[in-house]
Design a protein around this ligand. Sequence first.
Ligand code: DSN
Length: 418
Amino acid sequence: MNSNIELLEQNDPAVYAALRGEESRQRSGIELIPSENYTFPEVLATLGSVFTNKYSEGYPGRRYYGGQEFTDQIENLARDRAKAVFRCEHANVQPLSGSAMNQAVYLGLLEPGDTIMAMDLSHGGHLTHGAPVSHMGKLFNFIRYVTDPSDGSVDYDQVRKDALTHKPKLVLCGYTSYPRDIDYAKFKAIADEVGAITMTDASHFGGLVAGEAMNNPFDFGFDIVTTTTHKSLRGPRGGMVLCRKPFAKKIDKSVFPGLQGGPHMNAVAAIAVTLKKAQTEEFKQYAQQVLINSKTLANALMSNQATLITGGTDNHMMVVDTVASFGLDGRRAEEVLDKVQITTNKQIIPDDPLPPLRPSGIRIGTPAATTRGMVGSDMEQLAGWIIDSLKAPEDEANLERIRCEVEAFCTRFPVPGI
Ligand code: DSN
């Protein structure tokens, strides 16, 4: 009998060709977008499994469809493993992805119009942290804190002042483009002063918390932690809401039936697989190496004329001010690096005078490169290619030389599952 992939090749050559093209792109270039990763081969197998065929509205033991023997097993496994990995009292593994998981928290615990404090998008927050263009930004009263212009880090004194003035019901920390760790004790103290619920959106660094390389907000008494599962955690595309027991019922009701219908059980099964991996010593070493690689890459870039927002990194990512460093806007820098098969993404920087599609910087992160087995010396090599490319963006011969070197380098680092 033909394998599934052979059937695809025979019956849909256009999709098959794109799939093979993407495989080759992922193999022959260096992935530095901080929110991307290469998932485990077992996750790829589970995602393409028969669990994709099944409707499972409800929760284990209380479903609205029959035939749930095995879906119940995998959802229970995913929930139990999530609780063990993140040391929390309750886990909902059904959110379809990051936006849904954050929306489920706001809508489940608050009323429309309530005040939430979260980080401003242009200073590193996420769209769902109340950006005015998002539905959440319209539905709730977001007070958006910004970073301290002197060093680009969170200004906790200002956060406290704003909290005392606006009395938020929920204080949210977490980011999508911020290269520093979070002082959870300070956020918790501020929230306690005004009686607010504490929430961390750990989407970017969920895997680093799971691998015990970064602090766990629950150790500081936080109420809610959300995380996507496909970034540093290396799982399928999905989201989880983790919380203390008193919030469990409201969170579950908010995810289903409040916000979503049938969960994607193939993704839930793949989350279970990921969370077993996350409990291994190998994963802990991976999480540590992500941070080592990030610091090494940041230091190598900074010692070669790159200006980094906040002057470095404590986590898996760095934000390069490409205008200050190389006289190139972020879009141009992204395009130049694309030419040498190094993938980054253009990024607004705090108080960016340029627009989002042509901002002043790029974002770089190490989770995917670390998954391929790259270490500190490889980061120094990488920094050299980035600097050489961005210093001479018009020198096509030089860019082609670098591209060839990058492609040859990549053959030493297999991509899991491809
Ligand atoms: N798009 C994600 C990121 O790149 O950070 C956040 O949702």
